[in-house]
Design a binder for this molecule. Structure first.
Ligand code: G3P
Length: 218
């Protein structure tokens, strides 16, 4: 499973991309609103740092507006993928954009039937929101598993699942066990994934023991 970073925070993206594990990034209007500067400039800089798809979301409500916005956003950088909120207008926009060769990521997906429709409209990616489903006492990961199964049943579907709205490391592990191709993970969770107390204790012990042999190197 590939790991994307789910933030528009350039400092975080720069730092975590340097770990060598990030293959894409996702943003949304909320994440962009938390940063200073022109949204297009933020997106351009993310694309310079991350060598992979970078999702930029449209805010228009109708197909024509979404397509217009998508054409503008896709001029920013070749890494840009257009995030389209799920809906009838969104489906129409995805169809049009896929015919123009513009990649899309259908977002705010909460059910397998929505995922199937987005795939059939020609979405390159779809983003089921696990955490937000869990928040309303639904099993978000069960929905992801059903979507992955459905896509695997039909090899002509090339749409990739990006597991989104990830809240903790176990969401990442569960997504990988299901066989989801991509998870987009907030910086906080990526940092939590690094940590294990036995790793820290192990390093401390190795360094302490090495002190005993250091003199022999002279
Ligand atoms: O890409 C955005 C998505 O991951 C939303 O996450 O935590 O706002 O539900 P959250």
């Amino acid at each position: 499973m590939k790991l994307f970073i789910d933030t528009a925070d350039l400092k975080e993206i720069r730092e975590i991309a340097s770990w060598g594990i990030i293959e894409g990034a996702t943003t949304n209007p909320t994440l962009i609103s938390q940063q200073e500067g022109h949204p297009h400039e933020i997106l351009r800089q993310i694309c310079e740092i991350v060598n992979g798809p970078v999702s930029a979301e449209v805010v228009s409500q109708d197909c024509e507006g979404m397509v217009e916005e998508a054409r503008e956003l896709s001029k920013i950088h070749k890494h840009i993928v257009i995030k389209i909120p799920f809906g009838i207008e969104g489906l129409k926009a995805v169809k049009k954009l896929s015919e123009e060769g513009i990649r899309t990521n259908v977002t705010l997906v909460f059910s397998p039937s929505q995922a199937l429709m987005a795939a059939r409209a020609g979405a390159s990616f779809i983003s089921p929101f696990v955490g937000r489903l869990d928040d309303i006492s639904n099993n978000g990961m069960e929905i992801v598993a059903q979507i992955v199964d459905i896509f695997n049943n039909y090899p002509d579907i090339k749409t990739q699942v990006i597991v989104a709205s990830i809240r903790h490391p176990m969401h990442v592990v569960e997504a990988a066990l299901i066989g989801a191709p991509i998870a987009t993970v907030p910086p906080k969770v990526l940092r939590q994934m690094v940590k294990h107390p036995l790793t820290d204790i192990g390093i401390e012990r190795f360094l302490k023991d090495w002190e005993k042999v250091k003199d022999r190197l002279k």
